[in-house]
Design a protein around this ligand. Structure first.
Ligand code: CDP
Length: 233
């Protein structure tokens, strides 16, 4: 039985890692919706799009194509045929992505593509509006949270490991600003769906959080598999 799993939450609380691991366990597809907003942002940066100018935004949206390819090392993000997986994780993209993701025309295009990818179910998608806007009928919605200091430390360690020289305070400031913009924007703000299950992973190992999410997923699959007669009894 195939279900849709939506994972939402604040910046850098490990949504992608959990989504990826969960998809692997279930044999499902995995989509990092944030990577799509990051790719749009990279295109806007490279082509000098004026965010305040709707025509400039519209023109750019007509000229970009984003897709994912599954390489041996996992999902990679492509922008107009070019692998941009590493580039979109850079700080210059992180600094611009939330204002770009607040633009309705950008959201409309990304949500449409995300819904198309998820049509056949058997998918785990992570982001900010997956359980509220993209897949409001998802059988399992997880709202992931973690202590802001711990989130900043994790992202700092991740960037250091990639050789990006950056101050801890800068990382922390970026997360704070993105959280603020993402949860206060007019279009599809980040919020917990009413039927989402909350998972605070501040003090959980990756395996421990996967165990919990997997249990929830199997429960949701079992529930969906039950015939109407089972409910009547
Ligand atoms: O991995 P990290 O938590 O840093 O963020 P991400 O998932 O890569 O998302 C980058 C940015 O894209 C977020 O800060 C949001 O501004 C935006 N985003 C969004 O608006 N809607 C989504 N479904 C996913 C991401």
């Amino acid at each position: 039985m195939k279900i849709t799993i939506a994972i939402d939450g604040f910046s850098s609380c490990g949504k992608s890692a959990l989504a990826k691991a969960l998809a692997k366990e279930l044999g499902y597809g995995y989509v990092d919706s944030g990577a799509m907003y990051r790719a749009v942002t990279l295109y806007f940066l490279n082509t000098g799009v004026d965010l305040e100018n709707p025509e400039s935004v519209h023109e750019a949206m007509e000229h970009l194509e984003i897709h994912f390819e599954n390489a041996g090392s996992g999902n990679r993000t492509f922008l107009n045929g070019e692998d941009v997986e590493n580039e979109i994780r850079q700080m210059r993209v992180s600094e611009m992505v939330s204002p770009v993701a607040a633009i309705s025309e950008v959201r409309r295009a990304m949500v449409k593509q995300q819904q198309k990818i998820g049509k056949k179910k058997a998918i785990v998608m992570d982001g900010r509006d997956i359980g509220t806007v993209v897949f409001p009928d998802a059988e399992l919605k997880i709202f992931l949270t973690a202590d802001p200091k711990i989130r900043a430390q994790r992202r700092y360690d991740e960037l250091q490991a990639k050789g990006q020289m950056i101050e801890f305070e800068e990382v922390e400031k970026n997360l704070r600003e993105r959280d603020h913009i993402d949860s206060t924007r007019a279009d599809s703000p980040l919020r917990q769906a009413e039927d989402a299950r909350v998972l605070d992973n501040s003090y959980l190992t990756p395996q421990a959080q996967l165990d919990i999410a997997l249990e929830w997923a199997l429960e949701a699959i079992r529930l969906k598999t039950k015939s109407p007669r089972d409910f009547a009894s």
